[in-house]
Design a protein around this ligand. Structure first.
Ligand SMILES: [Zn+2]
Length: 295
């Protein structure tokens, strides 16, 4: 995961550019939900602004950073993911590994529905791939604080609810890269304890970002990135100049761009190389072995 920094006003401007009256219609629908105290409507309209989020996120899933097809032919590959579920919140069962870490999600209130004031909040959307959104996240929303399903402001809710999942868009939640980094092809927490540590573990577990079997293509894509990056980092370290240096820099810039797939993995690998090139070499050799075994 990486973050996509944007202010609410800038995001709203992009939405208005895409669909000039969308925000007014969304406000009206939210007023209706407020009166009914629940989410209920016949024809949702968030797909109208899906391309705003596809462009913002570089055509990548918000959680696993896989790159999907472009917006012309690929829109159906993306789900608009409601970060806080709109109609229902399911209780999430911790794995035994996370239980042993002392993580204790707040029990979900029984029979109280979902976040009925947030189905049309711009800071409650992201685009995600179908495995991440439909198969894995479903309507889970584990938190450490107190559920407030009638909340209308994601910024205020962040403080009160202390969600375990990380919201990657905007300017108010922590940057995902401040919480999750990669050791080679495997994601892990940046910090060693506390809520930020637990958020990283829950996010990795819920989206199966470290499931080498269930999400093997994620791992293979990360492997290929490391294989491509290491020789370029070596070229720079050897003191290359001129065209050779420029060419290596271009490749590294390409792979570490926020518009490329698995940016967090690529940036973590570059950072490791700069701190400990021999360990980076070991991981690169391991990546080559993985690649050879699957080809
Ligand atoms: Zn995904």
């Amino acid at each position: 995961m990486i973050g996509y920094q944007i202010s609410y006003n800038d995001l709203a401007a992009l939405v208005a550019q895409k669909s000039p009256n969308w925000i007014n219609r969304a406000t009206q629908r939210t007023t209706n939900f407020r009166q009914q105290r629940r989410y209920a409507e016949r024809s949702p309209m968030w797909s109208e602004i899906k391309t705003v989020y596809i462009r913002l996120q570089g055509g990548k899933c918000a959680y696993c950073e896989r790159q999907l097809e472009g917006e012309v032919y690929g829109k159906s590959e993306y789900d608009i993911e409601h970060f806080r579920p709109k109609g229902n919140v399911k209780g999430w069962s911790l794995s035994s590994v996370l239980s042993q870490q002392g993580i204790t999600p707040t029990p979900v209130p029984n029979g109280t529905g979902g976040y009925y004031l947030l189905p049309y909040h711009l800071f409650n959307y992201a685009v995600a791939c179908k495995p991440c959104n439909s198969v894995l996240k479903e309507t889970y929303f584990p938190i450490a604080g107190t559920y407030d399903l009638s909340g209308h402001d994601p910024v205020a809710l962040l403080q009160a609810e202390q969600p375990y999942l990380i919201y990657p868009i905007g300017d108010f939640d922590k940057a995902p890269e401040a919480l999750i980094r990669f050791e080679g092809i495997s994601p892990c927490p940046v910090v060693s304890e506390g809520h930020d540590h637990d958020r990283a573990l829950v996010t990795i577990e819920l989206f199966k970002l470290d499931d080498v079997i269930g999400r093997k293509n994620l791992f293979l894509e990360r492997v290929r990135i490391m294989i491509a990056l290491f020789p370029q980092l070596e070229i720079l370290a050897d003191g290359a100049t001129g065209d050779a240096r420029n060419s290596a820099m271009r490749v590294i810039d390409l792979y570490t761009s926020c518009q490329s797939p698995h940016t967090n993995c690529a940036r973590s690998f570059v950072s490791l190389y700069n701190q400990n090139p021999s360990q980076a070499r070991q991981l690169w050799e391991a990546a080559l072995t993985v690649s050879d075994s699957t080809s």
